[in-house]
Design a protein around this ligand. Structure first.
Ligand code: JFZ
Length: 473
């Protein structure tokens, strides 16, 4: 059952028309961008929220299971606009409490939130004067969900960003993606557009992005997605809107023209570190929008590993929850987030504002065989025992399993000063023999989920030792 969902998800991935940009290709330095990115680089961990009409069917249409991502139901089951629209009459999330959501994000140790303002189905969670297909004008609930969340975020000092599907809009005859009501987007030549795409962009997407930037206070970022036919000046038009109204708002990596940071493929963590700002959007189960049949929750340990893995490679982790139609974030996902949050309370120094690994061998290595991964690239054999993050003069070794004893600190020129456990500050003796420094951690490990050992060294940055000619250490 779960396999079928996963398989259709993989197919969905293969069909996505963009390739995620590699976060390892450096871009020219841009001082204004670096300034905008300052908070983002410190924050490391954010909450993604996929919420919309699709939470009502929750993966089932007319008594039939509709496979795939919850928020793709309309597309996967080819639901006509006139039928899907009827969901608005049932959308009444009376249990929505924006303060609870922000509190959850804060308990989880997350530093920003990003919510779907309008997903591919075209329905807006905010009052819009350009389309009545929105929560205020079309539902019995009648209240602006984004306004309530923005107010709660402002009260509690949480940054808020908006996901906005700029290209796909299955509700509109000239938006991209709805082939079952409105026919193909493109002629068979793959170049000629068959819909009046600019009418949609100028009539709905651009003015709605303006509304988002005008009516909800400071917007941390706009998370554009699945760029289709965004070449030329179309992407630039969105950039101009963002820069003009809120120059500090970040643009993600899926606008179609260059954004402020790179977005990886969904759930994809690259095998190497990069100094470019980047972010992995990820699910906590196997769907973004709520599906009642998906309880494949990642464990707290898996989430903690991914977070530290991503931070040690220079990225951010945007982890998703999918609230129910009533407005509840599923308890199981909240529990996972709070468990990781408790770990972060004691170990957050290893995460927030932390720098990348100065080593890299701990990530794993490419196979020496001819094996390929699901994307057809050379297989990377990840090593998940430990990761290292940094602050000036400090290395944070996070162990996810008990390390081999003694654990050898990778060779470096700097003099090592002392080591201690981060969570309780218990000192750990360092032993140096023949130029190699080791330590032994007491067993069982303090926190079986992840235990952090801080190693302090002389100087602010690690100076690597070059391996002896022709050899390895
Ligand atoms: C997109 C959406 O279609 C999906 O519903 C969800 O909102 C997700 C966060 O983003 O799906 C994508 C987009 C890009 C890739 C994969 C799935 N990609 O680059 O691999």
């Amino acid at each position: 059952m779960r396999k079928a969902v996963a398989a259709s998800f993989m197919l969905g991935l293969a069909l996505v028309s963009i390739r995620a940009q590699s976060p390892t290709v450096p871009r020219p330095y841009d001082a204004a961008r670096e300034k905008r990115l300052e908070w983002f680089r410190e924050a490391k961990y954010g909450m993604f929220i996929h919420w919309g009409l699709y939470a009502i069917p929750a993966g089932e249409w007319k008594g039939q299971r509709c496979l795939g991502l919850g928020e793709w139901l309309m597309n996967r089951c080819k639901v006509p606009v006139t039928e899907y629209e009827q969901l608005t009459k049932q959308f009444n999330p009376t249990k929505f409490n924006p303060d609870d959501w922000v509190q959850l994000a804060q308990d989880a140790g997350m530093k920003y939130m990003v919510i779907t303002s309008k997903h591919h189905d075209g329905f807006a969670l905010f009052k819009s004067s350009v389309s009545p297909y929105n929560v205020v004008d079309a539902t019995p609930y009648k209240k602006d969900l984004l306004k309530q969340l923005a107010d709660a975020c402002a009260r509690r000092g949480m940054r808020l960003g908006f996901y906005y599907s700029q290209s796909q809009d299955w509700h509109e005859k000239d938006g991209a993606g709805n082939t079952w009501d409105f026919g193909p987007d493109m002629a068979p030549d793959g170049k000629t557009e068959l819909k009046k795409y600019d009418d949609y962009l100028r009539g709905k997407a651009e003015p709605q992005v303006k509304e988002l930037l005008t009516s909800y206070g400071p917007v941390a970022l706009i998370w554009f997605d699945t760029p289709r036919n965004m070449a030329g000046e179309r992407g630039q038009r969105f950039t101009d809107i963002v820069r003009k109204i809120q120059p500090n708002t970040l643009i993600d990596g899926r606008l179609g023209t260059e954004g402020d940071y790179r977005s990886t493929g969904d759930n994809v963590i690259p095998p190497e570190a990069s100094t470019e700002a980047w972010e992995t959007p990820a699910t906590i189960n196997d769907t973004w929008g709520f599906r009642k049949d998906d309880t494949n929750w990642k464990s707290p340990g898996q989430v903690a590993f991914k977070l530290v893995d991503i931070v040690s490679k220079g990225g951010n982790y945007l982890l998703n929850v999918g609230p129910t139609a009533e407005g509840i974030i599923p308890q199981a996902s909240a529990d996972v987030l709070r468990t990781v949050g408790r770990w972060l309370k004691a170990n957050g120094d290893a995460v927030y504002d932390a720098g990348t690994s100065p080593f890299g061998a701990e990530f794993g290595e490419y196979t020496s065989k001819d094996a390929k991964d699901v994307r057809g690239q050379k297989l990377f054999l990840a090593n998940n025992e430990w990761r290292v993050t940094t602050k000036p003069g400090k290395l944070y070794f996070t162990f996810f399993v008990e390390p081999r004893t003694p654990f050898e600190i990778p060779a470096m020129k700097n003099k090592l000063l002392r080591a201690y456990r981060l969570a309780d500050k218990a000192p750990i003796p360092l032993k140096t023999e023949n130029g190699r420094t080791t330590f032994e951690m007491s067993r069982p490990m303090l926190d079986p989920m992840a235990t952090v050992v801080v190693v302090e060294y002389e100087g602010t940055h690690v100076e690597k030792l070059v391996p002896p000619e022709g050899g390895e250490w």
